[in-house]
Design a protein around this ligand. Structure first.
Ligand code: HQG
Length: 207
């Protein structure tokens, strides 16, 4: 099995369904590594300590965190497991953050803003390029710029996961606007607000 396939398996059990292999996560999302290896092997997914360490080290998005004592592992973000309630670090966000999604979701996003769906949080990226690759997973990509500072000033709480991904419970549509994808960003194309609101006067680029 390829490293990518094992990484997907790890994401599945450490974020969503630990019970499928008889694994138990604590409320902070940690699994005992010895237990993870035993449960995986028993469930027919061969996994040894060396392979696990390599996957953690080589993960492009640093998806997994190993505890300081080296005994436990958790997914940095992306959880849907109900028993997990990670105390993510509350942080002041940069002025803007980004969210990549698919064009087919836009109509719904305009109505309800960004919602976490099955996951615990909405995931936001620090840059347009990362958002673009996240969005492409879902289809024709559209990049949304989030007025993060403004949200923060209005009392919305932002968190940052172990791997730097920004997390928030909800982004109302009034704080979103569509921006060009990274390749044509430099052409300084128009940014388009998702909703008309009293805020439009404060966002000079919005139409
Ligand atoms: C969309 C990956 C309709 C949302 C990435 C997204 C990320 C709405 C989809 C992490 C909506 C959920 C998470 C609304 C949001 N109506 N659709 N109101 N609000 N959506 O996969 O952010 O590679 O659960 O835009 O890097 O794509 O797995 O979330 O398109 O960090 O490590 O609903 O997963 O990490 O999709 O990705 P997802 P996401 P990994």
């Amino acid at each position: 099995m390829s490293s990518a396939a094992v990484s997907k398996f790890l994401s599945y059990v450490l974020r969503h369904k630990p019970e499928d292999i008889g694994l138990v996560l604590d409320s902070e999302g940690w699994a005992e590594i010895e237990m993870l290896l035993a449960c995986s092997n028993q469930a027919g997914q061969p996994l040894d300590s060396m392979t696990l360490q390599n996957i953690v080290r080589e993960s492009d998005k640093k998806r997994f965190t190993i505890s300081d004592d080296g005994l436990k592992i958790r997914a940095a973000q992306g959880h849907s497991a109900k028993t997990v309630t990670i105390t993510h670090t509350e942080k002041t966000p940069p002025a803007t953050l980004f969210h990549g999604t698919a064009t087919r979701f836009l109509e719904s996003i305009i109505k309800t803003g960004l919602i976490p769906g099955d996951r615990h949080f909405v995931h936001l990226s620090q840059d347009n390029k990362t958002a673009s690759s996240v969005g492409k997973r879902h289809g024709d990509v559209v990049i949304l710029k989030v007025a993060a500072s403004e949200m923060h000033m209005q009392g919305h709480i932002f968190y940052q996961a172990d791997n730097g991904v920004w997390l928030i419970r909800h982004v109302p549509a009034e704080f979103l606007c569509v921006v060009p994808p990274p390749a044509i960003e430099s052409e300084n194309l128009q940014q388009i607000s998702l909703v008309e609101s009293s805020r439009s006067g404060t966002e000079s680029n919005n139409v």
